[in-house]
Every structure is written in structure tokens, then in C-alpha cells.
Design a protein around this ligand. Structure first.
Ligand code: ME8
Length: 513
């Protein structure tokens, strides 16, 4: 059986979860759920990144010991995943003994191969990014403040520490990029990574000695590991590294690291170089999604305009939130969050789209067919056209998922929804009731089959609502994967009374039920 291992980035616990974290997590969840629907043996990892100067500083500002602080904030991320219906198989914390042991083993392996050596670092560092910068990267404000390209303030760091021989891996990285054009996506990001490598890789400082909140460097108690080496290791420590004989190791190398565009370089350059140095296979693909702004402006704590995922779910519901995040923006591009845009999607695509289509069809079945699913009849060309569109959907979506084109997958489903809408209008089963009852039944059956396909393939995006829709279509819980679509719905089954799946959003009243 084929395997599929995918990961979210592990979230920094310096602050509460926001829409960006929800986005990464929901997108990864949709991909994981689609693989499971395909019958693939899937493993989906998320977790929290808890060490480093940024987190230590946030704990101090909160007046808490780092451990108590990270326990609390890590709990918020776990709660966010549960609230969003994210189906991760494991949740790793970098403060757990299993992770510390694995990261220590990775360090020892890199040291033993001669790729980590003692030296010292002198240069600019941005705590907010946990990243090093050169003079050429910086801009200087009128008051003399120096800023990284990300807008993060930098400080001058000068300390003895250990370096990783990144420079020695440039050629191997380039060869890998050459041999695996799919290694980094989207394509623009691949070019960016290639020019970074071609621009020359300098050895990377992989330890810090000016603070204590980290994993101690083996054999040197004055140093802690650089938080990115510590954090990236989570993808293998969660599988049991250094033990390569355990039950989870079959999932390595990862099929997909899903990341935000700001952290692509750590994943697409440093991480594969660490793995090459450790003699391990590198991940198959690293895909970067874009960033969300709010009402056109960058979100920041100081502007007080950060979108809180808990608020979104309370206000709009889990599935409308999940759907909006993936429908609104081509995956890989930046997007803008606004109440208006979300309500637009909720009403147009969900309430008036698939929700209305299902409600119209199922209430006609309830009223005119004694609540029983009608039998399939002889097919007319319009029936065949609609069912062909539906039957092709799983394969078309599989192709889109292969490229993480989640927006394309949704476009395709909505093509079917629109086609089914036109079909019901043209066939007018409400009139057939008076002229040709048998044909009315056949038309409703075609619609039920088409809606079933849409609901099955939409489960990864909106698990709970599509579950309810499949209940109403009489699809048993064990017949909801892609393979089950090969068989038609059973004739004559009694369907439960139809109930609207997506209430329309009415301003001021919220969602009307
Ligand atoms: O980077 N829009 O953690 P993090 C979209 N600990 N995505 C956003 C976003 C926004 N406005 N803001 C943040 C880290 N993200 C590291 C990862 S992995 C070994 C270590 C995304 O909590 C961001 O791009 O700062 C990243 O993918 C994720 O949220 C976690 O960010």
C-alpha cells in the first residue's frame, strides 16, 4: 500500500494562534483527508516549536517560566486544531523528551560526519524571524534602526558557536533541484530557492550561547541548538528518529512539507542539507502557500487587526471558515480576509450553491417519491453529460491535489454544481410530476448521484457538513471513500427528512436557520 506523510510547520508558541496558522493547518488537513479518501496509508503531523530566544522573550514578558508558558500556548494550538476539525495523527512538541533525544542524535550524526564544527558567529540576527542577515539585506530607518527585509528589527550578535558546513552542500542541492523539478512549489518559489543557492551558501551558525532556552548542544553545556535545526528535526523525531526500525519510519521521506512562503528557505535549503549530511533521504516536496492580510492591511498585534480563528469559527462555523480559506485564494497566492468576502462565499457557493441544489433535490424526493430514492432509468443525453462530469471528478481532483491546487479542486466541484443547477432547471422535475412521473424519478436519481459525488469529494474540505449531506443521501458511513463511488446508490432506500446543510448569512441576524 502506498504511504503519504505530510506535515504542517510546527507553530511558534510566542503568541496565540491566528488565521495564518489556521490556514496552514486546514490546508494540510484537506490534503491528508483527500489521501485517506483515496485509500492511501496517510500520516499527518502537526505540533509546536517551543525553544529559542523569541519564545524565551515572550515567556519573560508574560511573567512566566518558559515551561509553564509553552505548556499554555501549545495547548491553545492543540485546541485550535481540534476546533477546526483538523485530523492530525500526532502533535509533537519540541520540548518533549522524544524530540530532544532525536534532535540530539541528529546533532551527533552531523558532528560525527564533520559537518558541524566549532567557530564563532558575528553578524545581524532578528529574534522575531530567528534568522541571520547580512549587511546587504538590511534597510536603515531615519532614526538609525536597522530592519530585516521582513520588517523585523535586527541586533548585532557576536558569540562563539558551532557552524554547519552548508557551503559544502550547494552542488548536491542544485543537482537535487535539477533531478527533481517537483521538489519545490509553486514554480516561482523554486526559482527563488535556486537563485539563493546559486548566490553562494555560507556556513550556517547552528548554536547560540547568549540564552538558555533550547536543547543543549551535546558535549558543550554553554551552547543550545539553533532553534531552526531543533525545529526542523521534528519531522523525523516524530517518526522515532534515530530509530529507523520502528513502525512509523516507513513514512520517511515525507511526501509533503506544507509551509508558508516566509519559511520556504529553511525547508528547501537548510533542511535537505542537514538530511544529506545525516545520510537520510530528503522530502519529496515542499510547497509554500501565501499570506493573508486583513481588509487590505498586514496583520499585526500592534495594529490590533489579527484575525482570531476561534472568533471565525464561533461566528461563521467550522466548515464555512475552512471553505472560505481555500476557496477564496488560489493556493500559493496571498489573500485578503474580509467579512464581506467570507459572507459572499458562504451565501453564493454554499447556501445558494450546493446547499440549495441538495435541498431542492431532496425535498422533491421527500414530497413526490415517498421519501425513497428513485430507481435509475434509461439515460437521456443530458443525464449522461451530467453523470460523466461527476464520474470524472475524482480523477480530476486527484490531479489537482498532486499539485496542491486546492482552489482548482474546488473550481472543478463547482463546475459540477453549476451543471447540476442548470440540469434541474432544464428538466424541471416539479413539472414532470404532472406529466411523466417515471421520468421525474429518473431525473431526481441523476441529481442524487451527482450530489453524492460532490459531497464525497468535498468531505476533505467540509467534513461535518458533507457528512450530514451524505447521511441525507442515504450513503452509509463505510461507503464514503472514492472507491465506493464505483457502485451506484442502492435503489429504493428510504432517505431521512431533508434538512438544509448551509444556512444563509443574513447581515445583523448572522446565519439564519
Ligand atoms: O514559522 N498568513 O512558526 P510560525 C498565512 N516555528 N500564513 C501565515 C501568516 C499569515 N498572515 N502568518 C504566519 C514558524 N503564517 C516556525 C516553523 S517548522 C520546522 C518551524 C504561517 O508560528 C507561516 O507562514 O511563525 C508558517 O507557515 C506558519 O504560519 C507558522 O508560523
Amino acid at each position: 500500500m502506498s504511504t503519504y506523510y505530510l506535515t504542517t510547520p510546527i507553530f511558534y508558541v510566542n503568541g496565540s494562534p491566528h488565521i495564518g496558522h489556521a490556514y496552514t493547518a486546514v490546508a494540510a488537513d484537506v490534503i491528508a483527508r483527500f489521501r485517506r479518501l483515496q485509500g492511501v496509508d496517510t500520516y499527518f503531523l502537526s505540533g509546536t516549536d517551543e525553544h529559542g530566544q523569541k519564545v524565551e522573550k515572550a515567556a519573560a514578558e508574560a511573567g512566566l517560566a518558559p515551561r509553564a508558558f509553552t505548556d499554555a500556548v501549545s495547548g491553545q494550538f492543540r485546541a485550535m486544531l481540534a476546533m477546526l476539525d483538523v485530523s492530525n495523527d500526532d502533535f509533537i512538541r519540541t520540548t518533549e523528551p522524544r524530540h530532544k533525544a532525536g534532535a540530539t542524535a541528529l546533532w551527533q550524526k552531523l558532528a560525527a560526519s564533520g559537518d558541524i564544527y566549532p567557530g564563532h558567529y558575528e553578524g545581524w540576527y532578528a529574534v522575531r524571524d530567528e534568522d541571520f542577515y547580512t549587511e546587504a539585506d538590511l534597510t536603515t530607518l531615519a532614526d538609525g534602526t536597522r530592519l530585516a527585509p521582513t520588517g523585523a528589527p535586527v541586533e548585532w550578535v557576536r558569540e562563539p558557536n558551532y557552524l554547519f558546513r552548508l557551503s559544502a552542500y550547494a552542488d548536491r542541492l542544485l543537482a537535487h533541484y535539477e533531478a527533481h523539478p517537483e521538489f519545490v512549489g509553486p514554480a516561482g518559489k523554486r526559482n527563488e530557492m535556486l537563485s539563493f543557492i546559486r548566490g553562494g551558501l555560507r556556513d550556517l551558525s547552528v548554536s547560540r550561547s547568549s540564552f538558555r532556552w533550547g536543547i543543549p548542544v551535546p558535549g558543550d553545556p554553554d551552547q543550545v541548538m539553533y532553534v531552526w535545526l531543533d525545529a526542523l528535526a521534528n519531522y523525523i523525531t516524530a517518526l522515532g528518529y534515530p530509530d529507523q526500525t520502528g513502525p512509523l519510519w516507513r513514512f520517511w521521506p515525507a511526501d509533503l512539507h506544507l509551509v508558508g512562503k516566509d519559511i520556504q528557505r529553511f525547508h528547501a535549503i537548510y533542511w535537505p542539507a542537514f538530511l544529506m549530511a545525516a545520510g537520510l533521504p530528503v522530502p519529496r516536496r515542499i510547497f509554500a502557500h501565501g499570506w493573508w492580510t486583513r481588509d487590505g492591511a498586514k496583520m499585526s498585534k500592534s495594529l490590533g487587526n489579527v484575525v482570531d480563528p476561534f472568533d471565525l469559527v464561533t461566528k461563521y462555523g467550522v466548515d464555512a471558515t475552512r471553505f472560505f480559506l481555500l476557496r477564496e485564494v488560489p493556493f500559493g497566492n496571498d489573500g485578503d480576509f474580509s467579512h464581506r468576502a467570507l459572507v459572499g462565499r458562504l451565501n453564493t457557493d454554499l447556501a445558494n450553491g450546493i446547499g440549495n441544489l441538495a435541498q431542492r433535490t431532496l425535498s422533491l424526493v421527500a414530497k413526490n417519491c415517498e421519501g425513497r430514492l428513485p430507481d435509475a432509468g434509461p439515460r437521456q443525453p443530458a443525464d449522461t453529460a451530467l453523470l460523466e462530469l461527476a464520474d470524472a471528478l475524482p480523477t480530476v481532483l486527484a490531479g489537482a491535489f498532486e499539485r496542491q491546487a486546492l482552489h482548482e479542486a474546488l473550481d472543478e466541484v463547482w463546475r459540477l454544481v453549476r451543471a447540476a443547477d442548470s440540469y434541474i432547471d432544464q428538466m424541471a422535475p416539479w413539472s414532470l410530476r404532472r406529466t411523466d412521473v417515471a421520468r421525474m424519478g429518473h431525473v431526481l436519481r441523476v441529481l442524487a448521484e451527482a450530489i453524492r459525488v460532490a459531497a464525497v469529494v468535498l468531505q476533505p474540505f467540509m467534513p461535518a457538513s458533507m457528512g450530514r449531506l451524505l447521511d441525507q443521501l442515504g450513503v452509509s458511513a463505510d461507503a464514503r471513500d472514492l472507491a465506493a463511488l464505483q457502485a451506484p446508490l442502492p435503489d429504493g432506500i428510504v432517505l431521512p427528512a431533508p434538512q438544509g446543510v448551509f444556512p444563509r448569512w443574513v447581515e445583523d441576524a448572522g446565519a439564519s436557520r
